[in-house]
Design a protein around this ligand. Structure first.
Ligand code: AMP
Length: 620
């Protein structure tokens, strides 16, 4: 096992092993490193193959996964066993994705709830985290094969709009794949880094990153100030990309030779051939004026001009998003210093021309748009490794810092490897009616349960005025100053009561301790993720019991005897499930209780609404 060393004084990692940059994409993923000799960012690939690994997972009859090109071959023949676009499901519930459920040709569990989605293949269930971990494991293995050395540390990129849950899910997938995820960085930030933007310490610039891939479009506006990237705005369309370009060529040909949508549905092979030919035509037209081919004896052709007319509405759609993003960033197009192109579809000349026209300047497209994000992740990895001496490496926190939340979970406010000084705030609330105090326990470490981390400090925020549960707004702020001193402040925003404490986070912790804590977090990854899921399920279950109890106490007279009995039974069953170590059972019992209460809850709500319309309140 390679040794992990962190210099606590500088926060830099001692270089004993290469840190890789990973672009975990919706369609394709890849790994890049800074080449040890040329010192240039380089995408890893086996001889004579592409650096891109399709983000597709196929399961055989025994549930064994394969990833990449091989898995992609099963997309048409075994759609139910072949998972693509798992990234679209990261951190999502079924309710989040149900409007696009048709998009997925495999089975996404429809439980109509807010719990996280799962995918079913055969009799097994997989979370998007599991699926992403299979892809990351494959990338890790490929990298190890090419580099002939173990790879255990990585920087992984995510879209700028990913929320905390989606970022955490990506971290968890990395952990499951046996990777120590040093940092999650935004894709547009990585793309900028690949162009060398943001590497000068005195640099101040505004950048637009236009990312048009196979299935998604993102525009991000970034502000770089002294090596710190800030996302000013993001916009885009999660279902718009090069695949739509292919479809428009297909439709064009189908009209020309008289193939209907029904013909296509009935003939999967023809559909597949046409799709592949359309993609070939699109790519060919990026460098040529015309494309000709033959399918089943029919001559098919298309000129670049025709293609540009077809995709004009799609390109206009992306420009509308750009307009929104510029507006949301509260800037003008003329304030943007640089435009960076990302994603294979930006190779289309008409796209480049339109984007350049919109931003009124030439675009940066010299770096391979399929690789640029991974290359930038490698640049970031190199900075973390302390190799890039020209870059001012600000001190960084060696371990994550956070507070204990419900059920003993670690809620990270400042992830490890964050640059200091830094300040982060997050809002919490009370669990009980009239709760007058709140204990803030500060921990350091990478494990999901606080009991496995190091406790740094604890204090009580007292004097919160009596309010119903959930109403107080308690903002906890972590501030690490340039000397590495952590100041934790808790403030109830409605009443203004506050409490502050000073902690020295690195006090008494040796390089060896840090090393052990990191290795621990990887060794226990699977366990930790399962434990956290159980704690979360229990917390959710307890909350549901409490709200149901309150609802019944208030509205018992509006419910039938049968409803009351069924509810009591379902509550009891949930209560019992909470005492067991089975999160799926808890979810199931929660669902059953919800199914029973939904009809009468809706009925009572309707009554309240109609009563309100008549100008009176129902409880009075
Ligand atoms: P990405 O998701 O960034 O890997 O982008 C993949 C998309 O880029 C697919 O729709 C490809 O068909 C498209 N693409 C790749 N090469 C070209 C090219 N030379 N011209 C136009 N589109 C391309």
């Amino acid at each position: 096992m390679a040794k992990i060393g962190i210099n606590i004084a500088t926060g830099s990692l001692q270089q004993e092993e290469m840190i890789v940059g990973i672009d975990l994409g919706t369609t394709n993923s890849l790994v890049a490193i800074i080449h040890p000799e040329s010192k240039l960012p380089t995408a890893l690939k086996e001889h004579n193959t592409s650096s891109l690994v399709p983000s597709v997972v196929h399961f055989d009859a025994f549930g064994n996964p394969t990833v990449g090109e091989e898995a992609k071959n099963f997309l048409i023949t075994e759609p139910q066993n072949t998972i693509f676009s798992a990234k679209r499901l990261m951190g999502k519930s079924y309710n989040d994705i149900k409007d696009n459920a048709d998009f997925f040709t495999f089975k996404v569990i429809d439980d109509n709830t807010e719990s996280l989605v799962k995918v079913q293949v055969g009799d097994k269930f997989y979370s998007p985290i599991d699926l992403s971990s299979f892809i990351l494991k494959e990338l890790k293995q490929r990298a190890e094969h090419i580099l002939k050395t173990p790879v255990t540390k990585a920087v992984i990129t995510v879209p700028a709009y990913f929320n905390d849950a989606q970022r955490q899910a990506t971290r968890d997938a990395g952990k499951l794949a046996g990777l120590d995820v040093l940092r999650i960085i935004n894709e547009p930030t990585a793309a900028s880094l690949a162009y060398g933007l943001g590497l000068r310490k005195d640099e101040i610039a505004t950048i637009a990153v236009y990312d048009l891939g196979g299935g998604t479009f993102d525009i991000s506006i970034l502000q770089i100030t002294n090596g710190i990237f800030e996302v000013l705005s993001t916009n885009g369309d999660t279902y718009l990309g090069g695949d739509d370009f292919d479809r428009s060529i297909m439709q064009y040909w189908m009209q020309e030779v008289g193939i209907s949508n029904e013909d296509l549905k009935a003939n999967k092979e023809l559909s597949q051939t046409l799709r592949l030919k359309a993609e070939e035509a699109k790519k060919h037209l990026s460098n040529n004026e015309t494309f000709e081919t033959e399918v089943n004896g029919d001559k098919l052709s298309i000129t670049r001009a025709d293609f540009e007319t077809l995709i004009d509405p799609l390109i206009s759609k992306t420009l509308a998003s750009c307009r929104h993003a510029v507006k949301d960033a509260s800037i003008h197009v003329s304030d943007i210093d640089t435009v960076v192109m990302v994603g294979g579809s930006t190779r289309v000349p008409a796209v480049k021309k339109a984007v350049s026209g919109f931003f009124e300047k030439p675009v940066n497209d010299s770096v391979n748009p399929d690789e640029v994000v991974a290359l930038g992740a490698a640049v970031q990895a190199d900075i973390l490794a302390g190799n890039n001496k020209d870059f001012l490496l600000l001190d960084i926190t060696p371990l994550s810092l956070g507070i204990e939340t419900m059920g003993g979970l670690m809620d990270v406010l400042i992830p490890r490897n964050s640059k200091i000084p830094t300040k982060v705030g997050r809002q919490y609330t009370t669990q009980k009616d009239g709760q007058g105090g709140m204990r803030i326990s500060v921990y350091q470490g990478e494990r999901d349960l606080v009991q496995d981390n190091r406790k740094l400090a604890e204090f009580n925020l007292t004097g919160i005025p009596g309010m119903p549960a959930g109403l107080p707004k308690i903002e906890v702020t972590f501030l690490i100053n340039a000397d590495g001193i952590l100041v934790v402040k808790a403030k109830e925003l409605r009443s203004g009561v506050e409490q502050t404490i000073e902690v020295k986070p690195q006090y008494g912790i040796s390089d060896k301790d840090v090393e052990l804590m990191l290795l621990d977090s990887i060794t226990h990854a699977k366990d930790d993720i399962a434990k956290r899921a159980l704690v979360e399920a229990r917390t959710e279950g307890e909350q549901l019991l409490a709200t149901t109890e309150r609802f019944i106490a208030k509205n018992a007279n509006l419910l039938t005897q049968d409803e009351l009995v069924a509810t009591a039974e379902a509550m009891q069953a949930l209560q019992l499930a909470l005492t067991m170590e089975d999160k799926d059972l808890i979810h199931k019992k929660q669902e059953e209780l919800n199914d029973i209460s939904r009809p009468y809850a809706e009925r009572v709500m309707d009554m309240a609404v109609s009563a309100a319309m008549k100008g009176r309140k129902i409880e009075e």
